[in-house]
Design a protein around this ligand. Structure first.
Ligand code: SF4
Length: 367
């Protein structure tokens, strides 16, 4: 097969090596719900901000015609990125929408934003403006490709890579970072070149996975790929325009799912009872180790203690903690190496308690 240039943005899909051949010449997938269009607007706004063309995000929102969600996501990404850049002494050089051309490697891409900071560090950012939960920076293959290409382009040995994912709401958002040093860059190079080479094997196999096939142009095209994961008909119906008859069917499905959820809960409850009363009859299941949940009982008091102990400033708290939860406070306190005292001090003040969680059912491993 004649080699083509592999785009960094398609690398997650290339874990199915046959996808290059299967997708060849096919048109792009339709923009379901305008997600791609919305993403383009947010990326454009961020490019404008980080090229320092316009500095006021409200002005950018007007120029780029951002809707409310797009404005929130843009502001969110800008403020988080600024915190990172300031921590590294501000920007010395900056490259929004940095083109990373194909070299001998046959791989190209456009990194959302790269900056060389005054403390000599390189900061690489990838904006995921779409909906849905995202994986962390460390596990993101696309980011790894950018890190490798940036390292090669500028000859840098170390890069901090950040993945900003907006998600559906604050609970789904993910702002994660990882560090690429010389060893990680060398490992990434090996991994990325191995994926590339597999794609160009004469009979590259198809390796379907729901999340992978969802974004593949060959999905649902049996002439190109018989292995692709198909979306059950019931759900493809949801993506079309909803007619009144369909609306009634959706209601029935919704009610059926609710009943199934209830039945599942009832069944689990019954099974737990049976496991307690007659454990010998259910040798294939066991209880998981009981876990504990830490709950803050007085949020105002916990907040005041955190301010007094300098675990965080009010501004940091508002920015980092959507809800007052122990892991978020510990994360903030970690920066001044005080994370170990958080639990102790809040327990002492009587604003933290531990609740035992219900044990869940685990399947017994078969030998
Ligand atoms: S649809 Fe799935 S299995 Fe088929 S080529 Fe695409 S990614 Fe591979």
């Amino acid at each position: 097969m004649k080699p083509v240039t592999l785009r960094a943005s398609t690398f997650e899909r290339r874990l199915c090596p046959g996808s290059v051949q299967a997708e060849s010449g096919l048109p792009d997938l339709p923009d379901e719900g305008g997600v791609a269009e919305s993403g383009k607007k947010i990326h454009n706004a961020l490019r404008m901000y980080f090229s320092r063309t316009v500095e006021d995000v409200n002005d950018i929102a007007v120029v780029c015609e951002l809707n409310e969600r797009e404005t929130i996501v843009t502001k969110w990404f800008v403020s988080r990125a600024e915190v990172i850049l300031i921590k590294h002494g501000g920007m010395l050089k900056y490259y929004p929408e940095l083109k990373l051309d194909e070299t001998d490697d046959g791989i190209s891409g456009t990194a959302d934003f790269v900056a060389l900071c005054n403390d000599g560090t390189w900061q690489l950012f990838d904006w995921k403006s779409g909906w849905g939960r995202q994986i962390t920076a460390e596990l993101n293959l696309q980011l790894r490709v950018y890190a490798l290409k940036v390292a090669e382009k500028f000859g840098c040995l170390e890069i901090d890579a950040h993945l900003f994912a907006a998600g559906n709401d604050p609970a789904d958002s993910a702002f994660s970072s990882c560090h690429y040093g010389p060893d990680e860059i060398t490992e990434s190079r090996k991994e990325i070149y191995a994926i590339r080479d597999a794609c160009f094997m004469p009979k590259a196999p198809r390796l379907p996975l729901p999340d992978r096939c969802k974004y593949c142009k060959a999905n649902g095209n049996p002439e190109r790929c018989k292995e692709s994961f198909k979306t059950p008909k019931a759900f493809t119906a949801i993506q079309k325009r909803i007619t009144p008859a369909m609306s009634l069917r959706l209601k029935k499905m919704y009610v059926a799912f609710k009943l199934a959820e209830k039945a599942q809960q009832g069944f689990k409850q019954w099974l737990k009872e049976a496991m307690r009363n007659q454990p010998e009859a259910i040798p294939w299941a066991t209880f998981s180790k009981p876990k504990e949940r830490r709950v803050i009982t007085d949020a105002d008091r916990a907040f005041s203690i955190g301010i007094a102990e300098q675990w965080f400033t009010q501004e940091e708290f508002v920015r980092e903690c959507v809800n007052i939860k122990i892991p978020s406070i510990e994360k903030l306190a970690k920066r001044i190496k005080k994370q170990d005292e958080v639990e102790e001090k809040l327990t002492e003040a009587g604003v933290l308690k531990s609740e035992a969680m219900q044990p869940s059912i685990e399947l017994v491993k078969e030998d």
